[in-house]
Design a protein around this ligand. Structure first.
Ligand code: PLP
Length: 386
């Protein structure tokens, strides 16, 4: 059976629920035990069955089964945000004195976590060029425990050579974690790349409606206990109503993403022809760094991409363009049904390879008609030029 089909039944059990299609929402902190013996048994096997609301409820388990199916791993864990998923996955494998290789184009809050908390706890981070490929082996040390990847990179959209990086990391005894949010788990199979742990901001495409915060960590059985321990030690559990919304979102992800893809590509190609635009940063365009790896490893592209304006345009010009948009709203996050546009200035945070350019703008292509979105951008360019 195709994954698309399996995703519609994963985590569902109508027979145990009066025939109702969707799993019910269980709100739980305390879970009762009939006897002291049952309590002791629960404590000894605390990830089997239900022992406490934070560890598992039928609602979180249903969602986790569906996410594991989507990502193609044995197991998945739902946590309260995408950033929480990243932090728990890192803390599961890293300790005082360890070394982390972090991709330079990572999501900015991931970088902040490395530079603040991990540093205070004696974990050293080296940022590496996203295009390093097999060359990552030169940066590996005996104490390197994790190589963290993100493909494509946040804001600048470089696509990494994941199989080459995984091979080098595993040869040096390190685990590979991937931030797989951009593909939604739909357009990239992380386990096929050799990735050990795939994290996603469920907030984005799985949620799909800009109304929930959640993260997921997917892994095979061999890494499950270590990561589940880290999530539980940190006190991370996903809220039941958000699990319900995420599970509803996952049923339609394969219907929504092709529209995000098609609209994103049309907007990217349209922007590529504009005289104001220096370059478009979209993995499916040959001008994007790592485009050849996107072509080899991904089965599609989602709706998030960037573009860089020519040097003569300033922040003031950008504000004139963006402030009066009718459809494109200014706001963080992405992956919902609505289009968004965010200015990122001229210097995204980079240290391995400095990046300076014209004004960088990020677009999330929503589900609106593409003609309406193009008209909105066109009017924006008139304001930019005025
Ligand atoms: C949004 C995002 C996250 C974090 O997700 P939150 O749920 O907002 O914490 C992580 N990685 C990437 C690539 C993101 O875009």
């Amino acid at each position: 059976m195709k994954k698309q089909t399996k995703l519609l039944t994963a985590g569902r059990d109508p027979e145990a629920n009066f025939g109702i299609v969707n799993p019910p929402v269980y709100h739980a902190s305390t879970i009762l035990f009939p006897t002291v013996e049952a309590l002791d048994k629960g404590a000894a096997n605390r990830y089997e069955g239900y022992t406490y609301g934070l560890t598992a409820t039928p609602t979180s388990v249903a969602l986790q089964e569906a996410i594991a199916e989507l990502e193609g791993y044995d197991q998945a864990i739902a946590v309260p945000s995408g950033l929480a998923a990243i932090c728990a996955a890192l803390l599961a494998f890293l300790g005082n004195g360890d070394h982390l290789l972090m991709v330079d184009s990572t999501y900015r809050p991931t970088r902040r976590f490395c530079d603040s908390m991990l540093k205070r706890f004696g974990i050293e981070t080296t940022y590496y060029d996203p295009m390093i490929g097999a060359g990552i082996s030169d940066l590996m040390r005996p104490e390197t425990k994790v190589v963290f990847t993100e493909a494509p990179g946040s804001l600048t959209f470089e696509v990494q050579d994941l199989p080459a990086i995984c091979q080098a990391a595993h040869a040096g005894g390190a685990k590979v974690i991937l931030d797989n949010t951009w593909s939604g788990g739909v357009y990239l199979s992380a386990p096929d790349m050799g990735v050990d742990v795939s994290v996603q901001a469920v907030t984005k495409y799985i949620g799909g409606h800009s109304d929930l915060m959640m993260g997921s960590i997917a892994m095979n059985d061999e890494d499950f206990i270590k990561i589940k321990d880290a999530a539980c030690e940190l006190g991370y559990g996903a809220a039941p109503d958000d699990c319900f919304l995420a599970l509803r979102g996952i049923r339609t992800i394969n219907a929504r993403l092709p529209i995000h893809q098609e609209t994103g590509l049309k907007l990217a190609n349209w922007l590529d022809q504009r005289p104001e635009v220096d370059r478009v940063l979209h993995p499916a365009l040959p001008s994007c760094l790592g485009h050849e790896y996107w072509k080899r490893d991904f089965t599609g592209s989602s709706g998030l991409f960037g573009f860089v304006l020519k040097e003569q345009f300033t922040k003031t010009h950008v504000a004139a363009m963006l402030d009066d948009m009718e459809l494109f709203a200014i706001g963080y996050s992405w992956g919902g049904f609505e289009s968004l546009i965010v200015p990122y200035g001229t210097t995204p945070p980079r240290s391995a390879l400095p990046w300076t350019s014209g004004q960088l703008i990020r677009i999330h292509a929503g589900l609106e008609a593409v003609e309406d979105l193009i008209a909105d951008l066109e009017a924006g360019f008139v304001r930019l030029n005025a």
